[in-house]
Design a protein around this ligand. Structure first.
Ligand SMILES: Cc1cc2nc3c(=O)[nH]c(=O)nc-3n(C[C@H](O)[C@H](O)[C@H](O)COP(=O)(O)OP(=O)(O)OC[C@H]3O[C@@H](n4cnc5c(N)ncnc54)[C@H](O)[C@@H]3O)c2cc1C
Length: 440
């Protein structure tokens, strides 16, 4: 795993030569090989001044059935285009040209359109596909699965870091600890980031007050389900729908591969979770039966039917954290969910992760390997305010749509409120929305 050997990982566009100004390449260690980590690997390799190693504790991550859907915004698409991934992304996604928010009448189960954005310009993709695209397009030897970073420490001059890594996970005593030196550590270790805990001890996650039931339904053997959905969600396949009911809301859109992706947010006390996970992968039969019954009571028959036929729905408890005051700690930089764990309502987690990578790569490319501190300062300046405001907007949107801002809770009469109020439901009201901070 030592980076400075002859077979050290070489990046895309990396001839193996050192930068022409005589500077040596930066040794970058990325902790975490999910979306943020792989995106950073692309962005940093593209600079031509970095050698990159990604350490991921899972044995493998992508697979068609890992995860569910997400939406990529236009700015993140452009970042992926910069890494040569535009065509692959478009081949594996469905356009979300519009966003529409509707109120569901609890008695008649019909919906009333509240607010629509005709210029939404997102792409719907399955998490497993996005991860595969990012992973398979990296040069071989960059990503080390089944390796866990267990600790790191500064050198005396504070310019290099020593990362200790164990193959097979920290519980596996059979394997020796390996030591890797880096000039820059990118902490892409997710919402329960150990790196963040080290620099911001005592920083707790905040339970939102609700959980999301989620499911992906493959309608290839049952096209009637898609037809019935299309009767009431006319732009399915092009539109991200939010249906708001009393004290809860649902999300619906189509994924490539004849799949419908849905979520339903339900206010409830914090569930008991094992370890750090926020997912309850296999809820019990009784809970699923209750889900079906409640869906009949809350939603129109088409969405209720989709929820009923979806196999293996799962539950995500929804958390975020308060924004940090800094993202850079000496030669350690936080990115993705490690930097700004957020609720999903602004479609931010993956988009912010990709934009973090894009900005980090551009800053390192601009300042070069000799001016890393300036690059990191620029990264922090460009990302701290944007990500803080977006995470707080997502939190607000969730509370608004769950009826938590009203008394009694959930009681807001959406279908009778004015244009200004319903405009506030749209994603485009978020600060730094679709912001391109680098235009080449
Ligand atoms: C398997 C999986 C499925 C997901 N599915 C969806 C989905 O369907 N929809 C959606 O919107 N979001 C999904 N997410 C979350 C989504 O990836 C993130 O919210 C967002 O993209 C930001 O990604 P991230 O890389 O910052 O964090 P994460 O995706 O949480 O990744 C953090 C990574 O760091 C690794 N890691 C943590 N500690 C260490 C360590 N010490 N050493 C080495 N590796 C470490 C973890 O194993 C993990 O792979 C999923 C994440 C995972 C891991």
């Amino acid at each position: 795993m030592e980076q400075e050997t002859d077979d050290s990982p070489r990046g895309s566009g990396d001839s193996g030569e050192e930068p022409r100004n005589g500077a040596t390449k930066l040794r970058v260690i990325v902790i975490g090989g999910s979306v943020a980590g792989l995106a950073c690997a692309h962005a940093l390799l593209k600079t031509g001044v970095c050698r990159v190693m990604v350490i991921e504790k899972a044995r493998a991550l992508s697979g068609n059935n890992t995860g569910a859907g997400l939406g990529i915004d236009a700015a993140a698409c452009e970042a992926m285009e910069d890494w040569g991934l535009r065509d692959e992304l478009h081949l594996n996604s469905k356009p979300l040209d519009y966003e529409e928010n509707r109120a569901v009448d609890p008695e008649r189960k019909v919906s009333v359109k509240l607010a629509r954005d005709e210029n939404f310009r997102h792409w719907a993709v399955h998490w497993g596909q996005l991860h595969r695209i990012l992973r398979e397009s990296l040069p071989p030897g960059i990503v080390h699965f089944n390796h866990e970073a267990i600790s790191f420490e500064d050198s005396e001059d504070g310019k290099t870091m020593l990362v200790k890594v164990v193959e097979g996970g920290s519980n596996n005593n059979l394997h020796a600890v390996k030591e890797v030196w880096g000039d820059l550590i990118v902490a892409a270790d997710g919402s329960v980031s150990r790196t963040r805990q080290f620099y911001v001890p005592g920083d707790k996650r905040r339970y939102s007050g609700y959980c999301a039931w989620r499911g992906v339904y493959d309608y290839s053997d049952n096209p009637e389900i898609r037809e019935s959905i299309q009767k009431v969600y006319g732009d399915i396949g092009h539109c991200l729908y939010f249906d708001i009911a009393r004290g809860s809301h649902a999300v619906l859109y189509e994924l490539p591969g004849q799949r419908l992706n849905w979520l339903w947010y339900v206010n409830q006390p914090e569930p008991h979770l094992e370890g750090d996970s926020v997912t309850i992968p296999q809820p019990g039969k009784e809970e699923v039966a209750k889900l079906h019954k409640e869906a009949d009571r809350t939603w129109g028959p088409e969405l209720a039917e989709l929820i009923r036929v979806t196999p293996d729905p799962f539950i995500n408890a929804i958390y975020d954290k308060n924004p940090l005051k800094q993202l850079v700690f000496s030669r350690v930089v936080l990115v993705g969910d490690a930097a700004h764990p957020t609720t999903p309502h602004g479609l931010r987690s993956t988009n912010m992760a990709i934009m973090d990578a894009h900005v980090l790569g551009k800053a390192v490319g601009k300042w070069g390997s000799r001016n890393l501190d300036s690059a990191l300062t620029e990264y922090q300046m460009k990302r701290l305010s944007a990500t803080s405001q977006q995470a707080l907007f997502s939190r607000h949107l969730g509370r608004l749509k769950q009826g938590m801002l009203f008394e009694p809770q959930g009681s807001f009469p959406w279908s009778t409120c004015d244009e200004g109020m319903v405009e506030g439901l749209l994603q485009r009201n978020m600060s730094y929305y679709q912001w391109r901070c680098y235009v080449d």
